[in-house]
Design a protein around this ligand. Structure first.
Ligand code: CDP
Length: 229
């Protein structure tokens, strides 16, 4: 069967990553979490004092440091994918609220986007890849054979993210999670450089009322259609 490229885009905490991971596992494709790459870059900026409440992100310093930021992925013993920043496993840290609070301002910087998009495109050379993010179907892989745009209401998304954080043992506040989601939606959809928007040829999946199993059924059916013949 011919291998294709699968782009899954959508709003913050819409369940894209879970869905993309499950799909990749089921069809034997490589999964790449592009958001983790923006998150790891943000962590680098935080650790190197490149953020300030008063003046925001020190864009010049971060852009100058890009060649020193190496992001890769590894499979942990429990078979979950972990993100490495310059060889260090930062998976837990990049999911916390501090990184979540800074990631969208970092992701608006055009040089950061160019740097990460290039890296993302290099992962897709051999196809057989599922990548999730905000601009995968529009900018990273505009020729992807299968594109999915995932949406759900902010409240449903905040509830999911809140429960995920609690489950991981990170103390959290639902209202703060909801506020962060709304703020990131706003920044992600209004930024100049490849804003979050549905690609014209993307299939819209509204998962407010879908279970994980139902959503997988929809995706696998779509995948079968795209790879048949
Ligand atoms: O936590 P959530 O699943 O909502 O987001 P994520 O996929 O981890 O991405 C975190 C942030 O990175 C987003 O809010 C965007 O600001 C940015 N991002 C982006 O600009 N482009 C991508 N392809 C992926 C993420």
């Amino acid at each position: 069967m011919k291998k294709i490229t699968i782009a899954i885009d959508g709003y913050s905490s819409s369940g894209k990553s879970t869905m993309a991971k499950q799909l990749a596992k089921k069809i034997g494709y490589v999964y790449v979490d592009s958001g983790a790459m923006y998150r790891a870059t943000t962590l680098y900026a935080l650790r190197h004092g490149m953020t300030s409440r008063e003046t925001g992100v020190d864009t010049a310093a971060l852009v100058a440091a890009l060649p020193d930021i190496h992001i890769s992925f590894t499979l942990a013993p429990d078979e979950t994918q972990h993100t490495l920043l310059n060889g260090e496993d930062v998976e837990k840290e990049i999911r916390g609220m501090e990184v979540s609070g800074w990631v969208s301002p970092v992701a608006v910087i055009p040089e950061v986007r160019h740097y990460l998009v290039k890296l993302q495109q290099s992962y897709g050379n051999d196809k057989g890849i599922v990548m999730d993010g905000r601009d995968i179907g529009t900018t990273v892989f505009p020729d992807a054979e299968m594109k999915v745009f995932v949406q759900a209401s902010p409240e449903v998304r905040a509830r999911r993210r809140y429960e995920e954080l609690i489950e991981k043992g990170t103390p959290s506040d639902y209202d703060a999670v909801l506020a962060n989601i709304k703020e990131r939606d706003h920044i992600d959809t209004t930024r100049k450089e490849s804003p979050l928007r549905k690609a014209e040829d993307a299939f819209v999946l509204d998962n407010d009322n879908l279970s994980r199993e139902e959503q997988m059924e929809v995706l696998v059916k779509l995948f079968d259609e795209k790879t048949r013949g």
